[in-house]
Design a protein around this ligand. Structure first.
Ligand code: ZN
Length: 179
């Protein structure tokens, strides 16, 4: 999350969810709690040799908790956020999953990206909305949301904040994906 957003080609919630599901499947992840550290430190590098994950000091990061350079296959995470991920903090896990969203959704080389005020964009063409949607879908698979059903249980099992669990449940219910 970097405070500004880019206009990117539009993506629907269903398309973003399909990308998150495919990513989980291609890594062989079946557990509710997505193993973020193992994924960025071992699983992605094993599949993609140009991928780099770096933990950086706050001074390198401006106001950002994480920064992704999709065309370079590079993710930077602020050192305290990384520590939070290691400690299982939901908010920090969401930040890293959000950066994975940028990496996977926004990596087409030469993609026209213009910086916009969020208010000038429709949500589905806003890079930050897309990355947040990806993070929710990656960290809270529909199967877990269906089985667990309550924000508290989802937050515990999936390692997300209560807010993230509520947002995901509400989105799934609104779209008729769960009761
Ligand atoms: Zn972002």
């Amino acid at each position: 999350m970097s405070g500004y957003c880019f206009q990117v080609p539009p993506l629907s919630i269903d398309k973003i969810t399909a990308s998150a599901d495919l990513f989980r499947r291609s890594l062989g992840v079946t557990e509710d709690r997505f193993p973020l550290v193992e994924v960025v430190e071992h699983l992605i590098p094993a599949l993609w040799e140009d991928f780099t994950f770096e933990v950086r000091e706050a001074g390198d990061m401006g106001s950002a908790h994480g920064l992704t350079f999709p065309e370079k296959g590079l993710i930077w995470l602020r050192d305290d956020v990384y520590q939070g991920v290691l400690d299982g903090q939901g908010r920090d896990r969401f930040t890293l999953a959000h950066e994975l969203g940028h990496l996977l959704l926004h990596n087409s080389i030469g993609m026209a990206r213009s910086i916009q005020k969020p208010t000038d964009l429709k949500p589905y063409e806003n890079s930050e909305w897309q990355a947040n949607t990806f993070a929710g879908a990656l960290l809270i698979p529909i199967s877990a949301a269906q089985r667990l059903g309550s924000p508290n249980l989802i937050a515990d099992a999936c390692g997300v904040s209560l807010d993230a669990a509520r947002v995901r449940l509400e989105s799934l219910r609104r779209r008729g994906k769960i009761r």
